[in-house]
Structures are given as C-alpha cells and as structure tokens.
Design a protein around this ligand. Structure first.
Ligand code: ATP
Length: 299
C-alpha cells in the first residue's frame, strides 16, 4: 500500500502543478488559441511610428467570421485618429470584442484590411505590432507569483521604481500597504486571491508600465460595486490620456465620456458620434439601447 500510495501522491502533485501551469498558459493565451491561423511574413517589418495626418487605426471594408457561414463583421469601415478616445457599443454578440482581437492580430480578416500606423497588420512583425498596443482584458489573469512580478511582467526591463510608480498610478498602493509582504506578496490561485477590481488595477498598472501608444480596453462584464467601478474608470481615463484608445463598453454609461461612440450592429458601424449627438436622434439605435438599459438598470 505504501509503495503504491507514494507514487500516486507524487503523480497527483505533479499532475496538479502541471494542470495549474497549463491553466495559466491557457488563460494567458486565451485569445491566442486559434493563433495557428496567424503567421508572420518572412519580410514582415516593424510597425512604423504613428504617421502625421493619417488615422492611427483603420478598419477598411473588414469582413470576418469565426465560422465560414456566419460573418460577424460585414464590411466594417472605421477610422480612429491619433489621440482619440473611442467607445464601441452595440447589442450583445455584435462583434465588439472581435474588433480588439483583429487589432491585436489574433485573427486576420477574411476580406479587407486592418491598418495601424498606415501598415496592414499582416505586413507587420507581430512583436512590434503588439508592443504598440496595451490591452486591458475583460478578465485579467494573474500568475502564481508576487504582485510585483505580475505588474513587472509587462516590461521586465523596467526598474523596480518604475514598477512601483505604475502600481501607484493604477491605485494599487492602498492594497499593497495592507498586504503582509507588500508588493512581494504571492498572488494568484495559490496565493492571495485578488478581487475583480484589484485584478483590473493590476491590468491597468501593466498597461501603465508598457506605455504603448495604443490602448485597447474590454470592459469587465462582471459587476463591480459602483464606487470601485468609477475609481477604475478614473484610472482608465488617466491611462487613455495622450494615447489612442478603444474601449469596448458593455454598459453604455461607460461610453458617455468618449470623444466618439461607435455603435456596431449587424457587422457594420451603424452610428457614430458623441453621447449627446446620438441621444438627440430619436430614431438612433443608441437611444434605443440607452432607454432600454435605463429601464432595466441591472442589464
Ligand atoms: P458581448 O457584448 O456580449 O461581450 P461582443 O459584441 O463583444 O459581445 P464578440 O465577443 O465579439 O461579441 O463575439 C461576436 C460573436 O462571435 C458572438 O456571437 C460570439 O458568440 C462569436 N464568437 C466569439 N468568439 C468566438 C470564437 N472563438 N469562436 C466562435 N465564435 C465566437
């Protein structure tokens, strides 16, 4: 029995370690699962800096579907200027998060072009493309390591001071003060479990440290209490300042302050404008979505 139980325990613990490692990897590359479809061209070039007088980001007649017979984007056109903050809204499942996946080149369009800094993303070196983009995902994955490591991961060449500064800007300092080992406390599945709001702060700190010119944020669908949510929005707006940003807003209240709101529907941009512009049109889809959300505040 002894002989049998030892190896089984051993196998059990190796299995658990391995499974945890796989879960970490899996979540980290969550969006990259289908990445086998993406390949870098032999003559791929680094993404150039933002060109003057041209849009920073452009979707040009983009068609895309995960399955052949079900197109999600159907000839989408959208230009985003340097420094502009854009919120994307639309009915559930209309393809908002898909836009971000195309920009980060987890997928290529079936037809049309996704252009950043004047370059078709298919012609850019993947590393250089992704260095230009900071991402705040819906659900932030933490590594089983210290809080410091979890922020530092965005740029290991940064000094500890810079990592601490990023954490401060993301308002993680109050949390850090409370933790037994401060910034060096273990977090993640096997350490301290952070709340949804705290995990978003980690994502914001990572993006602060990465300091990329383009910021993509996918609003968390899980509800945070309203104070946490408005604090997070404040940190996000500070981060978006001086950058070109696209925020996927699953709740319309989050979109209000954007320079431009893009209403996605049936695979195209159906409407575009400021919150007031869009609300002032009694026939707009935006107004319908807005009235609907305010009639059912929990939706
Ligand atoms: P929500 O507001 O509900 O989060 P969304 O507008 O962000 O939705 P997407 O996540 O972009 O929508 O998804 C668009 C459509 O594509 C949905 O119908 C979704 O079910 C489908 N979809 C998303 N990811 C995949 C995938 N990896 N494989 C197949 N279908 C997918």
């Amino acid at each position: 029995l002894f002989q049998l139980s030892v190896p089984l325990n051993f196998v059990g613990s190796v299995y658990r370690e391995l499974r945890q490692a796989l879960i970490d990897m899996d979540e980290m590359f969550l969006l990259q699962r289908q990445q086998t479809r993406i390949s870098e061209k032999l003559d791929a070039k680094p993404l150039p800096p933002a060109p003057v007088g041209q849009p920073e980001i452009e979707f040009r007649d983009v068609w895309f579907g995960y399955a052949k017979d079900r197109p999600i984007l159907q000839g989408l056109n959208l230009k985003i200027a340097h420094g502009e903050s854009v919120a994307v809204v639309g009915p559930s499942g209309c393809g908002k998060s898909t836009l971000l996946r195309l920009l980060f080149r987890f997928y290529d369009p079936d037809q049309g072009q996704v252009i950043i800094h004047g370059m078709d993303t298919r012609d850019a070196q993947l590393d250089s493309l992704r260095q230009n983009i900071g991402v705040i995902p819906q659900d932030t994955v933490l590594f089983n390591d210290t809080l410091l490591y979890n922020v530092h991961y965005a740029d290991f060449s940064a000094s500890r001071e810079r990592v601490e500064e990023a954490a401060r800007l993301a308002h993680l300092d109050a949390l850090i003060k409370m933790l037994p080992e401060g910034f060096d406390t273990q977090v993640g599945e096997r350490g301290l479990k952070l709340s949804g709001g705290e995990k978003q702060r980690v994502a914001i700190a990572r993006a602060m440290l990465k300091n990329a010119p383009i910021l993509l944020a996918d609003e968390a669908t899980s509800a945070l209490d309203s104070r946490t949510e408005s604090n997070i929005m404040e940190s996000l707006s500070a981060l978006a300042k001086d950058r070109t940003s696209i925020l996927i807003a699953h709740r319309l209240s989050t979109a209000r302050n954007a320079d431009k709101i893009v209403v996605l529907n049936e695979g195209v941009v159906q409407e575009m404008g400021t919150h007031d512009d869009l609300l002032s049109n009694p026939d707009s889809l935006y107004k319908r979505l807005w009235d609907n959300q305010h009639a059912n505040p929990t939706v």
